[in-house]
Design a protein. Sequence first.
Length: 687
Amino acid sequence: MAQKLSYPQAPKDETVDTYFDIQVADPFRPLENDSSQATAAWVTAENKVTQDYLARIPFRAKLLKRMKELVNYEKVSSPFYIKQTGKWFFYKNNGLQNQSVLYVMDRLGDEANARVFLDPNKLSADGTVALKGITFSHNGKYAAYNISRNGSDWQEFYVMDVLTGKLLSDHIIWSKFSNAAWLGDGFYYSAYDAPQEGHEYSNVNAVQKIYYHKIGTPQSADVLFYQNPANPMRFYDAEVNRDETMMFLYESGAGSGNAVYVRDLRQPGSQFIQMTSDLDLQYSLAGTFGDKMYFLTNDGAPKNRLMMTDLAHPGFSDWKTLIPETDDVLEDVNFADGRIILTYMKDAYSHAYVYSMDGEKLSEIKLPTVGSSSFYGERDLKEVFYTFSSFTIPSTVYQYDLATNTSKVYRAPKTNFRQADYVSEQVFYPSKDGTRIPLFITYKKGLKRNGKNPVYLYGYGGFDVSLTPYFSSNRIPFLENGGIYAQACLRGGGEYGEEWHLAGTKMKKQNVFDDFISAAEWLIANRYTSKDYLAIVGGSNGGLLVGACMTQRPDLFKVCIPQVGVMDMLRYHKFTIGWNWAADYGTSEDSKEMFTYLRAYSPLHSLRPGTHYPATLVTTADHDDRVVPAHSFKFAATLQADNAADSPTLIRIDTKAGHGSGKPLSKQLEEQADIYGFILYNMGLKY
């Protein structure tokens, strides 16, 4: 275990960049070229070193076998009603299917006679084609579904005949971050121009355009509806309400929020009217009723409020508050049978309430315990469903009765582990500056706080993303083995609203790393673990978190797992849609002060030769066009050159996979078995 590995030599050059008269070397710049032979050869050689090492872990196969046993249970979504078809739909995974299957049933509760509507597993032999979404036309005749291949953010649209299930000739490519917005026998979608061949997954995406596609015509005949070349680094998306009376245009990418425009589809030749203008504030359409529009927004309410307006008074200055901001974060709004169901987040877990359409609170919906809920309702439907999960309870579907304010289990999974053997608690600890941070801890009952328990500490801390309780069967083998799963709710997330988010952005980003380091120190001080049994894990922005913390405090952790991380903070905005993260991070071009701040914590630029770093397994994938693999490539190559310890510094580069979304179950299990195996093995533990 503790022997120095021999790593392949990465391609290098003499690249030096100049920022505000300061020169910064970037010797592994050739690794940014994802289509070069030199990069491909290095990837192959690195994967061989990594796989040879992982193969030496004696319990690797045993761990993977147990993970497969634990995930092999039926998982079912809430049923949802598509009024224009008159039928109910739900997603189901039999257990080990790579992708969940969409089923249709003629009436609620008739799952036994449900028919397969769309099976994504049949779209590829290895499960690497994922269903990203499906939208039904308002006349009920068509369903447009979008897929991604190999985990890429690039999407393709196909169209089905709803009645016959027949696949039509329609096929759209080079779409990104888009749904189908139906209007008549066609739909609007957002796309980019075809990228340069060979650089489909790395080059900057600019000038997103909205097109209208008429069913039965080729993509080449699609009509360009909207573009804004004056602001090439922005996203544009269209939405049409169910009644096809209003069309909305959303603009985002220049801040942490969005702008909204609306047009009246009943008026021939009508133009868009701007409703909001501050791209740092968020406006989300919750529903339309006649000419009324309901929006969930943090404008004037950092923890969100529900507002309403109408087509005659679309400007924000005329919006009225229906449900004002409270002490808790308003997360979600659902309309159901003439009432409103609001989901709030208090201390990072769910609470739900029923309100009248006039904004009067009627009742609280009692949820099973501390966890996360997601509601489904329709404005003219009596049936209401919600899913509920926690760290110890797999996702369970409940049916809620509005008349009696009671819930009953609709579908509960049958798992093959004893839920009662595990306990989850929430504690609060002080960060470096005294800020109170929530921490969830899950472990097997009877655990002794003797400082020798292996801990898997997970965090994110960015982009207004909240880490609430959720279930993963992949954690169970670690917990069975005496491990502790700890999840910290760091600043930069959305757990306490927009002020909490902003406290972890730009020149305050160090707060996020301080919060995570303080979580590790608290777990050690309270004898849950010690630095010899502490692993930190995070993905994407969380990969940046792990990279920053391991370079700032290499003495504090035994194992570090930065997954698909943003590691080069000086150049992140130069790839695909990285420019969209500037609202959270700032860029190295903003000012000398911003450049200096970013360079100080950038994981790639914080590595120092001769330093003893923890055992590290970097993970990325060849089709990751969200956070391009070059981040992980350059970080791993630098870490391998700088690390003075005998601890392994490995990079696991998955093939036919991307940033994580849509990854087939088989690949998820293999990756998780490698991660947990690497953690236990480097702690000197067995499974």
